[in-house]
Design a protein around this ligand. Structure first.
Ligand code: ADP
Ligand code: MG
Length: 471
């Protein structure tokens, strides 16, 4: 088996290893049926193929179902619809030919490094001695020599993730499924581990024949991937498929590198655009496939703090009112999953808009970036009331409530019709945060009640709202 794996690594590149066909997945919403709403769809009609010899990156916003998809491909969960084929055989459960590395390492704290690594081998039914030999060899290869008897808590994050890799590699999987394996590590540790993994892979030191890497980090994807799948959200679907760069061009100073980074930022920051149309218009050579997304049925607020949105606007303003998204991500040290919601929020509030991989401030956005604190709040309130339906609704209800109070439950009920319980609460949380900042209401946490702001504040905001209508 080992021999065959090694032999094929070099010789049978291009062979189809794994295929997902029309995967749709729904998590059962707690109590959702009781209220007659449908359980939220996490993935919708996702099909993909992984071939021997390739490293495929999977990029997508938070919550687009990347981890769910990986778990399905690993046989850890059964999709609601569709099937996964490994070598043409329908996957019915976990298989040693696919191993997974998790973002949070997922080690057993009460087991030593060696025991954690050996654990994965038990399923293979190897004799004890052989198991030990194999585990020790992998531990050595992955740079954990001397740490065999250590417990996870005694190790740094980087070393823990090495254990995660060792455990996955010990079973000599054909396909390695990597769920943001570097994102919990500091920048240098991540770079080291990434480089070592690439070396093991390109030098053929591991029998792994293909990798699927989930990441939020565009540079990571561009520097590693032969092919990139871009996932869209609500529900998760493949928006576009992009060819990676030839290996020799995977260096930040290469023009093609910068070009691809920008293209990906552009794709990721225009979730409502048809991914393949966008690619076709600009980069016909890169296009492989994609699918337009359906319009969002209900306004979904990105979960970001007003102060962070304003911080972003100020940075763009400092760069002359327009800036490359890739540059902003690096300047703010934000990965895509942190930057995208901020861009979304700024766009939603019409304070800035993404344009060809750049973020451009609107007139109001510029005003806001230069304003003092009171003026910031006023402009934020004006935009929030104009653009966020639920905030406007709450403000209107408060204006007409005789005692100036309304219960949050009224809005939660509506939100639950469109989102999972968890997301409904998260949406309300964001509404609370934005509304408080904008001084649209105060919120009594314990009672779950919105209370109208003092009358003079309301007067101010109404007057302010009618003054500035240019945006
Ligand atoms: P990603 O990895 O892209 O951030 P996930 O696959 O973790 O996305 O989650 C996709 C969606 O499915 C999210 O809305 C998340 O809340 C939901 N979800 C994930 N796991 C479960 C679960 N075990 N039960 C219910 N919902 C879940
Ligand atoms: Mg995830």
């Amino acid at each position: 088996m080992e021999l065959m794996g090694q032999q094929q690594t070099g010789r049978m590149n291009g062979a189809l290893l794994l295929e997902a066909r029309h995967i749709t997945h729904l998590y059962q919403a707690r109590g959702g049926e009781a209220r007659g709403s449908r359980p939220p769809v996490v993935l919708e009609d996702v099909s993909l193929q992984i071939h021997a010899g390739e490293l495929v990156a999977l990029l997508g916003p938070s919550g687009s179902g990347k981890s769910t998809l990986l778990r399905i491909l690993a046989g850890l969960i059964r999709p609601t619809q569709g099937e996964v084929l490994v070598h043409g055989q329908r996957l019915l459960g976990p298989t040693p030919s696919c191993a997974m590395v998790f973002q949070n390492f997922a080690l057993f704290p009460w087991l030593t490094v060696l025991q954690n690594v050996e654990l994965g081998l038990q399923a293979l039914g190897l004799p004890r001695l052989q198991r030990l030999k194999r585990a020790l060899a992998v531990i050595d290869m992955i740079g954990l020599d001397g740490f065999e008897e250590a417990y996870p808590k005694e190790l740094s994050g980087g070393m823990r993730q090495r254990v995660g890799f060792a455990r996955a590699l010990a079973v000599e999987p054909e396909l390695l499924l990597l769920d943001e394996p570097f994102s919990a590590l500091d920048v240098l540790t991540a770079a080291n581990l990434r480089r070592e993994l690439l070396r093991l892979w390109t030098e053929g030191q591991i029998p792994t024949r293909a990798m699927l890497l989930v990441t939020h980090n565009i540079d990571e994807a561009v520097s590693m991937a032969d092919r990139l799948l871009i996932l869209g959200a609500d529900p998760g679907h493949i928006r576009a498929e992009v060819r990676g760069l030839p290996r020799e061009q995977r260096q930040p100073h290469q023009p093609a590198y910068a070009h691809l980074v920008e293209l990906l930022y552009r794709l990721m920051t225009s979730p409502d655009e048809d991914g393949s149309a966008l690619l076709e218009a600009r980069e016909p050579a890169l296009l492989r496939r994609g699918k337009p997304r359906s319009a969002r049925p209900y306004q979904l607020l990105p979960h970001v703090a007003p102060a962070d949105i304003i911080g972003l606007l100020e940075l763009v303003q400092a760069k002359g009112g327009r800036a490359e998204l890739s540059e902003l991500g690096r300047a703010l040290q934000l990965e895509l999953d942190e930057l995208l919601p901020l861009v979304d929020a700024a766009d939603l509030l019409q304070l800035a808009r993404p344009e060809e991989g750049k973020l451009v401030l609107t007139a109001v956005g510029q005003q806001l970036a230069e304003a003092d604190v009171q003026e910031e709040k006023r402009l934020f309130r004006q935009q929030a009331l104009a653009r966020v339906a639920l905030l406007r609704r709450i403000a209107e209800d408060l204006a007409t409530a005789p005692d100036g109070r309304v219960e949050e439950e009224r809005y939660l009920e509506r939100l639950r019709e469109h989102f999972s319980e968890e997301e409904a609460e998260a949406q309300l949380q964001t509404i609370v945060e934005w509304g408080r900042y904008a001084e649209i209401f105060t919120y009594l946490e314990e009672e779950g009640v919105f209370v109208r702001e003092a009358e003079e504040e309301q007067g101010k905001s109404a007057a302010a709202g009618s003054q500035t209508t240019s945006s």
